[in-house]
Design a protein around this ligand. Structure first.
Ligand code: AMP
Length: 599
């Protein structure tokens, strides 16, 4: 990460990505340090290292950083740094504007955790949630509001959200907000906040329109860009690099699958936090792997013991944080697995530098959530190598791979020789059975002895397509009247196309259709709003006169049904259930299946 030298703006010093900086070095107050420590953050990410000090000093900031870089803490910690303990003012001192309801909840939860020790009152405000509850929370008093622009402006107009006491405004994922047609709302909100305030703008991209807003709204900002630095020569070894797109819920299974198929001699699995390291180590051991945890919380003695077990072959998986793995050099390592996309391209380069050393072959596999797609792209730009996104190995791939392992095991035994002691057993068997049958039975035994074939039937893990780049959505994105539905992540008319769930799907029947004014974006909004599914998880949508059908990932279907039953669609509570017909789902965009609703 570097500071970007723009003539009109001052820049901060580029941090040495390898220099250890702690949260305490950044001058954060004790309550905040305790909060991040409790969350298992061992050290600030590059963007936190760069942004926290100038923000705490009151500077405006223009940051180009994608999700996954740790930018939420980068702006939330300095905001909370200025929060007076036991503050009595009921009006918010911080306003964070975000493009979607999903992000509002996520950022608000994060800020709540960071501010726990300060008893910070953090409230998310977004479209689609009843106004009444939001009113109550705003009236009770709030320190930080995390809001989508449309709903924030509604409240400001009703005077239920008063921005007079706002000291800091953050525009998070500003490019997305512009794309969703929120430019005017943003300007209106900024105009309603005091002129003497701190303004922070984060965006993954910096289109000219955003530059103009930044010029008008930010005062002498610090400019930061994540991921501009090229790696030092020799730091990027030639390893096989791939990525898989996986929903968070499927990550443990996906990791297990990758490890089963890759069968590494020894692998290093990277996580972001200490807690994640501990949890993952436990879950891997539960799945029959021999995993050891390595993080900053271990004493030198414990660390030595872990490394000893790895070197002696008593463990074959090391689950580690970036800090703990720094400088690690283990000859046996064949694989690095990024359980999360690392927070910066530099961290990625450091991580994969643990394999492929001294000309040995290595593999680096990254499990990315769809929302981390951009971070992956940023890494590609820095390393100047493509990281192909491949589908997760299927159950068939796994079986084939296990057979291959059994075959190579038998070949090794043949090469080793020393088979004479078994000849008497073979002779006895062939006296009664066909030689080939005997060989097959022996292979089966060998195969089962590896654990393959005797365990529970492995399940297919749905892998999800990366979220589409904004540009592909067409110029400008939804505008005007469509804006409110865009706020709820409506994605317009929907056929199956190249998006939607990759694994098995189920169809949900909704007893309201065109006659009730139901549009695809209403259904996408309701589903993404009430569940953890994202727009890209939803498949074909068919809207008929009196009913609608939506395709969702099979494992989530019952949950979607329950969640939708709790909510209103176009002000109604229509019948919601799994579709009973087993016909293939409607595929073509806008196609009408004028058959009657099933059931
Ligand atoms: P964000 O880019 O803010 O969405 O953060 C991405 C993820 O990184 C979140 O799950 C955070 O909890 C996590 N995270 C943020 N800062 C750190 C840190 N310093 N160390 C480890 N994880 C972090």
């Amino acid at each position: 990460m570097t500071a970007d030298a723009e003539p009109a703006a001052s820049t901060s010093q580029a941090a040495d990505p390898t220099s250890p900086t702690t949260f305490a070095d950044l001058g954060l107050r004790d309550e905040l340090i305790a909060a991040v420590t409790a969350l298992g953050y061992e050290e600030p990410t590059p963007i936190q290292r760069e942004a926290i000090e100038p923000l705490a000093a009151g500077r405006d900031l223009l940051g180009q950083a994608a999700t996954g870089t740790g930018k939420t803490a980068a702006f939330a910690l300095p905001m909370l740094q200025r929060l007076e303990r036991g503050r009595e003012d009921r009006r918010p001192m911080g306003l964070v504007l975000v493009p979607t309801r999903e992000l509002a909840v996520q950022v608000s939860e994060a800020a709540h955790k960071y501010g726990r020790g300060l008893a910070a009152r953090v409230v998310p405000i977004y479209g689609g949630q009843p106004m009444r509850r939001q009113l109550r929370e705003l009236q009770d008093g709030v320190d930080v509001v995390v809001a989508t622009p449309g709903r924030a402006l509604d409240h400001v107009k009703r005077r239920t959200l008063v921005l007079d006491a706002v000291e800091v405004v953050v525009l998070d994922e500003a490019d997305e907000m512009l794309d969703m047609g929120f430019a005017e709302d943003l300007e209106a909100l900024l105009a309603a906040a005091p002129e003497r305030r701190q303004t922070v703008l984060f965006s993954a991209t910096m289109p000219p329109r955003l530059e103009r807003i930044a010029q008008g709204q930010l005062r002498d900002p610090v400019r930061l860009t994540v991921g501009r630095e090229a790696p030092a020569p020799g730091e990027a070894p030639l390893v096989r690099e791939t990525a898989h797109m996986v929903a968070r819920a499927h990550k443990p299974a996906a990791l297990g699958r990758v490890l089963d198929v890759e069968a590494p001699t020894a692998a290093l699995v990277f996580c972001r936090t200490r807690d994640e390291v501990d949890q993952l180590t436990e879950s891997l051991n539960g799945r029959g792997h021999r995993a050891e945890a390595l993080h900053g919380g271990l004493s030198q003695e414990q660390r030595d013991r872990v490394m000893g077990r790895l070197r002696a072959g008593a463990a074959d998986l090391l689950v580690a944080t970036d800090v703990a793995a720094r400088g690690l050099d283990v000859e046996q390592l064949t694989h690095v697995v990024n359980y999360d996309v690392p927070a910066s391209p530099e961290a990625y380069v450091h991580r994969i530098g643990r394999v492929g050393r001294a000309g040995r072959e290595g593999a680096a596999i990254t499990l990315a959530e769809p929302r981390e797609h951009r971070l992956l792209k940023a890494i590609e730009r820095v390393t100047r190598r493509r990281i192909p996104v491949e589908r997760l190995p299927t159950v068939a791939d796994l079986r084939a791979r296990r057979m291959e392992l059994t075959r190579s095991g038998v070949e090794e035994a043949l090469a080793d020789g020393e088979l004479e002691p078994y000849r008497a057993v073979l002779d006895a068997l062939v006296a009664e059975h066909d030689l080939v049958d005997v060989a097959l039975a022996a292979i089966r035994l060998a195969h089962e002895a590896t654990g393959a074939g005797v365990e529970d039937e492995p399940e297919e893990i749905p892998d999800v397509p990366a979220r589409k780049e904004r540009r592909e959505r067409g110029p400008g994105g939804p505008r005007g009247d469509d804006r409110r539905s865009a706020e709820r992540r409506g994605d317009g008319d929907r056929g199956g196309g190249d998006r939607g769930p990759a694994g098995p799907t189920a169809r949900i029947f909704i007893g309201a259709g065109r006659a009730a004014g139901v549009r695809p974006q209403d259904l996408v909004g309701a589903i993404t709003g009430e569940t953890r599914l994202q727009g890209s998880d939803i498949g074909a949508i068919h809207i008929a006169e009196r009913f609608a059908l939506v395709e969702v990932p099979e494992p989530a279907a019952d949950f979607v049904v329950r969640a939708l039953r709790q909510t209103k669609i176009k002000g109604q509570k229509p019948t919601i259930r799994r579709d009973r017909e087993e016909a293939p789902p409607p595929r073509a965009k806008g196609r009408r299946t004028d058959r009657p609703p099933t059931g």
